[in-house]
Design a protein around this ligand. Structure first.
Ligand SMILES: [Zn+2]
Length: 618
């Protein structure tokens, strides 16, 4: 996750209409809306670019509209033409505004005749913020280059010119060519049996927001995991991935039982090379996932439950702007917990809910006040709105609603909510109106509306927010306390049977700076240095570095170089950056790892270094 920057609009009072528009898009959907996209692209590995054209079908809303305004970032536009209802094309005048650092370049196309379609011929640049180009050496099998997209939040505009706002939904078709041995996949219906002929066609028949546009190309094999699911990954990874995710059909069936039919037909998964900056990305029909989930014991499958849950919360019912992102992430984190409970049991679901809640309690004070609100006031950045708050505070709010209204009532309500708003993009206020009419007014006396307003519009976590009880975590709390007090030796910790979540919980509860001798004792007994489990590794190395244990530095460096997932690698950079010697070491690690990192990871690491150097007065 990216560090939050100072909020720009703190003292400004904006008119109410400004709250309704999406401040992260130049699009003017009240004048014209894109309803369908036809993409024709060539994947050009030697030049690290996508080359081709985008044809946008338009629905004119305002008879007086003079132009079509699109979002772009660093696109090279070759030509723009309008196509009338009879299919006749003619060149259109256009202007590309200077680049805004956050929003990119506004593309204004003169369209006084209101063409039925507009076609833009363009190519991307090698540094496109939404694409990563990997050399063969940066992949697992080292045979072919690899390319993948990450469009959320506002990066689709760096590879397709469009109205890049989650409020605008469109269907799409794509024709993509690539070198012959390369497989191309997209956030659409994919065919695992498609021959490797370098020529692919895709259809996404459901209207989706632009941040769910996705593409990947590389040495990709496929393996079925169920009647409507398959895993895609590099050939040496695909077998392991199919085993780790063999419960996919069980997860889909459990979610359908709770919230109604899966609306998208197939649910496939693509396991990416380790530089993928996130745990998973819910691209429709084809979740993109980090290989750090492949730990061999299914203990991190909850990330897949999370991405699958987005098929209801996020992809089906979508937040209309980045300010409302908790409608995607809070609801999804809640549904993820329910899937985990249904398939793997309540004990594990409660453990994950506690890790999420305790993590939020620990970090919430470091988050700027406005970003602590589920629905922040204007002025928050599109990527910066994605902190722990929408996920962990959002899901905590929904668990509170479930507790107050009872599971049966709340489940029926939520199922109705997904059906009511299916394939729509909505604001926090639309959700609240529906909540009031369909849950609160129908079941009076369970919870006050003031409490809802506090959860949604106030910073911090409401007092007495309910938490589940976990006997296993309670036992770990006692053992940790005895170990720290010196009455229990490290090798006497009852940790042999701890699952990943229990190790995470043990480590999360250690003091920020644990005495070095305690760190040494834990490692001697449990050999955490060098762990292949990156969730444990991230926590372990952070504690060991903070304690001053230089013996772990090289293993920590290996973890940082191997993993580009922000959540698992940034804490180590931040901990190293706290001392001058650590900072110098982290800079060396980064110099070697940089070329393998996603542009988002590069930007995040460089921001940590800049801040540390500034604090040191350099
Ligand atoms: Zn999510």
């Amino acid at each position: 996750m990216r560090p939050l920057h100072a909020l720009a609009f703190g003292a400004l009072v904006l008119p109410l209409s400004a709250f309704a528009a999406d401040p992260h898009s130049y699009a003017q959907p009240d004048q014209v809306r894109v309803t369908h996209l036809d993409l024709d692209l060539k994947v050009d590995f030697p030049h690290k670019q996508l080359d081709g054209q985008a044809t946008l079908k338009l629905d004119w809303k305002d008879a007086k509209a003079q132009s079509l305004v699109l979002d772009t970032r660093d696109l090279k536009i070759a030509s723009v033409e309008g196509i009338d209802a009879a299919g006749k094309a003619s060149a259109l005048k256009y202007a590309l505004a200077p680049r805004d650092k956050e929003l990119g370049s506004k593309l204004t196309i003169a369209t006084p005749q209101h063409p039925a379609q507009v076609r833009i011929v363009y190519s991307t640049v090698p540094t496109a913020s939404g694409l990563q180009w990997l050399t063969p050496e940066q992949t697992a099998d080292q045979k072919l280059p690899f390319m993948f997209s990450q469009s959320e939040s506002i990066h689709a505009r760096s590879w397709v010119p469009l109205q890049d706002s989650p409020a605008i939904r469109f269907t799409y078709n794509a024709h993509v060519t690539a070198p012959k041995d390369v497989r191309v996949v997209m956030s659409a219906l994919n065919d695992a049996k498609h021959p490797l002929n370098g020529d692919y066609a895709f259809a996404q028949p459901h209207p989706i927001p632009s941040y769910l546009l996705a593409i990947a190309a590389g040495d990709i094999a496929a393996k079925e995991t169920g009647p409507r699911s398959a895993v895609y990954a590099e050939p040496s990874v695909v077998g392991k991935a199919a085993k780790e995710f063999e419960d996919t059909e069980k997860l889909i069936a459990a979610t359908e039982k709770l919230y109604g039919p899966y609306a998208w037909d197939r649910y496939d998964l693509l396991v990416l090379p380790p530089s993928f900056p996130f745990g998973g990305m819910e691209n429709p029909n084809m979740t993109f996932a980090t290989p750090t989930l492949l730990v061999g014991d299914k203990s991190l499958v909850s990330v897949i439950s999370h991405e699958l849950a987005h098929s209801w919360s996020g992809n089906l019912v979508t937040s209309a702007a980045w300010r409302d992102i908790w409608l995607n992430e809070g609801f999804t984190t809640y549904v993820q917990g329910r899937i985990t409970e249904a398939v793997y049991g309540k004990a594990l679901a409660d453990e994950e809910a506690l890790i999420s809640a305790h993590g939020l309690q620990k970090t919430v004070k470091t988050i700027p006040e406005n970003a602590q609100r589920l629905a922040p006031k204007p002025g928050i950045g599109a990527d910066d709105s994605i902190s722990e708050v929408p996920y962990d505070k959002g899901s905590w709010f929904l668990r509170t609603l479930e507790e107050r209204f009872g599971r049966e009532t709340f489940d029926a309500y939520l199922k109705g909510y997904f059906a009511h708003f299916a394939f729509q993009s909505i604001t926090t206020e639309q959700m609240l109106d529906y909540l009031k009419a369909n849950l609160f007014d129908k079941n009076p006396g369970k919870m006050s509306w003031d409490e809802v307003k506090q959860w949604v519009y106030e910073p911090g976590i409401p007092k007495d927010a309910p938490l589940p009880d976990s006997p296993r975590f309670n036992a770990i709390d006692q053992e940790r306390a005895s170990f720290l007090a010196g009455s229990l030796a490290a090798d006497k910790l009852d940790a042999k049977g701890w699952n990943t979540q229990e190790w995470m919980y043990f480590l999360d509860g250690l003091p920020d700076v644990t005495p070095l001798d305690k760190i040494k004792q834990i490692d001697a007994a449990w050999h955490l240095t060098g762990t292949p489990n990156a969730e444990i590794g991230m926590r372990w190395y952070s504690h060991a570095i903070a304690a001053g244990d230089k013996d772990v530095w090289s293993a920590a460096a290996e973890h940082m170089a191997r993993i580009g997932r922000l959540y698992l690698t940034m804490p180590l950079y931040k901990t190293f950056a706290k001392t001058p010697e650590g900072l110098a070491y982290a800079e060396q690690v980064y110099a070697k790892a940089r070329s393998g990192y996603h542009p988002m990871t590069q930007e995040a690491v460089e921001a940590v270094f800049a801040k540390a150097r500034k604090n040191a007065g350099k």
